[in-house]
Design a protein. Structure first.
Length: 365
């Protein structure tokens, strides 16, 4: 071989080895910089287009949403446009399967598969490393592949109204997850690793079959919304009191017989709905929740109320109906922000509540 300088270089010489190494490094860098463009066989793109045509998926178009944003729908039939796609909305196309080739679209940040008939998600989903939103709600999924837990940039995961009996045990690896919607499945437990989701702001798990919550649920320090109503919960872990940023707590229509005293630590709480349980008492610590605006205790077995309810100075709605409370404590009449108070017809009232009656604040069930 002859170099540019005109020197004869033997094939087995150090110069030749150096030349080969530099060439290999150059090709490797090109592959890393352009992983899609280096695919020699792009027949997978043709398969995506064929699948889209078979399922009557629209060519990409945009719907006006809000004042300054467009909502994409469909799949582009242009190769380059497809490869550059960052948001793919395939909702409501009655899809029965998702081809694994979709997971070659590595620039995707949002993938919407809402309201189809999908029975599984391909394990190649792990290739979508840039994904921040994944919606697979209202499908026929009985399980999620473990590979979903490798989507480390995921912030929103919506899986509601499927047939999930369990979640991947490594779901706690989704370290950037902010919103997790699991409502309307068949979950009996939540994996303990879910308590590692330190950035989680909203956890919706109502309309499932949950019999308990993880003991370390209090580790979710940034949680502002916990919706676990309409399950089979019989108790709450004490650690729930560590959720210092929690604003909304829905526990209604479970099987709770008591509440932990630590619930009094939820100072940011504005909405506490516990109706439709088996509660006989409410811990006095509830009276320290001075930011409460809505407190629903109806349809329980209460015979008395906590002391010092006059501390709930921001309370607007209070439902006590369908309990066994014989009389209302006078301190309730001092809650000037109260706009609605529902009680049973037979409850004994003092004259302190005359103003509530005149202003239609008091309602009898």
């Amino acid at each position: 071989m002859t170099s540019r300088a005109g020197l004869i270089i033997k094939n087995d010489s150090p110069y030749m080895e150096l030349f080969k190494s530099k060439t290999l490094i150059s090709y490797t860098q090109k592959i890393l910089d352009n992983p899609i463009d280096t695919l020699l066989d792009d027949s997978w793109i043709t398969r995506i287009f064929d699948w889209a045509d078979e399922n009557k998926i629209d060519d990409l178009y945009f719907i006006k949403k809000g004042f300054n944003s467009n909502y994409p729908r469909g799949l582009p039939r242009d190769k380059q446009e497809l490869l550059e796609l960052e948001e793919l909305n395939l909702s409501k196309y009655n899809l029965t399967y998702l081809p694994r080739e979709i997971c070659n679209l590595t620039k995707l940040k949002k993938l919407h598969l809402y309201k189809n008939r999908l029975r599984f998600i391909p394990k190649e989903i792990k290739n979508l490393k840039n994904l921040v939103e994944l919606s697979v709600s209202k499908n026929n999924l009985s399980r999620l592949p473990d590979e979903v837990c490798e989507l480390k940039n995921l912030e929103v995961l919506a899986i509601f109204e499927n047939s999930l009996a369990a979640l991947p045990c490594k779901i706690g690896q989704l370290e950037n997850l902010v919103k997790l919607n699991l409502l309307g499945n068949k979950l009996r437990i939540l994996p303990s690793s879910i308590c590692n989701l330190e950035k989680l702001d909203s956890l919706s798990a109502f309309n499932n079959r949950l019999e308990s919550l993880p003991n370390d649920i209090g580790n979710l320090k940034n949680l502002t919304e916990l919706l676990v109503n309409h399950n089979y919960l019989t108790e709450l872990p004490q650690s729930v009191g560590n959720l210092e940023k929690l604003k909304v707590l829905w526990l209604y229509e479970n099987r709770l017989e008591e509440l932990p005293s630590s619930i009094g630590n939820l100072k940011a709480l504005t909405d506490l709905w516990i109706y439709g349980n088996y509660l006989k008492t409410i811990p006095n610590e509830v009276s320290s929740l001075s930011n409460l605006k809505e407190l629903w205790l109806s349809n329980n077995c209460l015979i008395s109320l906590p002391n010092n309810l006059d501390n709930l100075i921001n309370l607007k709605e209070f439902n006590l109906s369908n309990n066994k409370i014989s009389h209302l404590p006078n301190e309730l009449a001092t809650l000037k922000d109260l706009t609605w108070l529902e009680v049973d017809k037979g409850v004994v009232l003092s004259n302190n509540f005359d103003e509530f009656i005149q202003n239609s604040v008091l309602s009898f069930n």
